[in-house]
Design a protein around this ligand. Structure first.
Ligand code: ATP
Length: 264
């Protein structure tokens, strides 16, 4: 089966600066990847290539079997569920209406556009799946940051994408908000077993327990990529973040604390 994403030997250069160097990655249906790395490692840049927002300078990026550079990027983007935490409709739409704008891929409700009864029913099912049933009529500006984050996942899932991209989705959430978010991502992964996802974070505590694979980025290069339990060792994570770190996994979740300097 064609991989959901295929990245081969990608370089990305901006204003003469190499931002990604020789990065390769293959994501298949049902896999949940995390891109981990320190500030400035290149995570968001890689995610923008995976979401067909930018072309690589060199190398191959195939999204849903389509090679960037040979397809209409705008059309391709409409098949990828992209959760952008900066999304902000200007008009005071209700939560369920914001979820439906995932079908038109617009920030606002498109005038004269009307969803089918089936599409409305899907929106409500996704709202329930993300644990927002009691807030479906609430206006966007009145939602908490955690509720908005989950609503944006429901919105991104409206076109039934095969791929979901999440850029630091738990940033700014309090402990309860983060835990509710992780619980719903977990439920999502079991409810939609063929969905693939790529999540960017620099906090290992924010990794959903269903994370199957990890790519560690350091200075624009891939330090390691593969099954999460193989890649996430204290040594590798210490190298990735240039800091001695002790990593533990309990109940499917990862936690870190400063460790002894290696060799010391
Ligand atoms: N358009 C651009 N022109 C020049 N440099 C850029 C551009 N976009 C990003 N960069 C640089 O590329 C590097 C990687 O940026 P990127 O945002 O991908 O990192 P990141 O790993 O997502 O970081 P963070 O965790 O801080 O969000 C940074 O040093 C950044 O300053």
């Amino acid at each position: 089966m064609t991989p959901v994403l295929r990245v081969e030997g990608v370089d990305f250069v901006r204003e003469g600066n190499p931002i990604l160097r020789g990065v390769s990655l293959t994501v298949r249906a049902g896999e949940h990847w995390a891109l981990l790395g320190a500030n400035g490692a290149g995570k968001s840049t890689l995610l923008s290539l995976l979401g067909a927002f930018a072309h690589p300078t060199r190398g191959v990026v195939e999204v849903l079997g389509h090679r960037l550079g040979r397809v209409d990027m705008r059309e391709l983007r409409s098949y990828v569920g992209h959760v952008d935490p900066r999304h902000a409709p200007r008009s005071p739409l209700a939560l369920w209406e914001v979820v439906l704008t995932g079908l038109t891929n617009t920030a606002e409700w498109v005038p004269r556009w009307g969803p089918t009864a089936e599409q409305v029913a899907l929106a409500h099912r996704l709202i329930d799946l993300l644990g927002l049933g009691e807030r479906r009529q609430a206006q966007w500006p009145t939602l908490s940051q955690g509720e908005r984050g989950r609503a944006l996942i429901a919105r991104a899932l409206m076109p039934s994408p095969r791929l979901l991209l999440l850029d630091e989705p738990a940033t700014g959430l309090d402990v309860a908000g983060r835990e509710q978010f992780l619980e719903r991502v977990d439920l999502l992964q079991t409810t939609l077993p063929d969905l693939a996802s790529v999540l960017v974070t620099h906090h290992l505590e924010e990794l959903p327990p269903g994370t199957t694979h990890v790519l560690l980025l350091r200075g624009g290069r891939c330090l390691a990529a593969g099954p999460a339990d193989e890649v996430l060792t204290s040594d590798r994570v210490s190298t990735c973040f240039d800091h001695p770190i002790r990593l533990t996994r309990t109940g499917g979740r990862w936690s870190v604390r400063a460790g002894e300097p290696r060799g010391g």
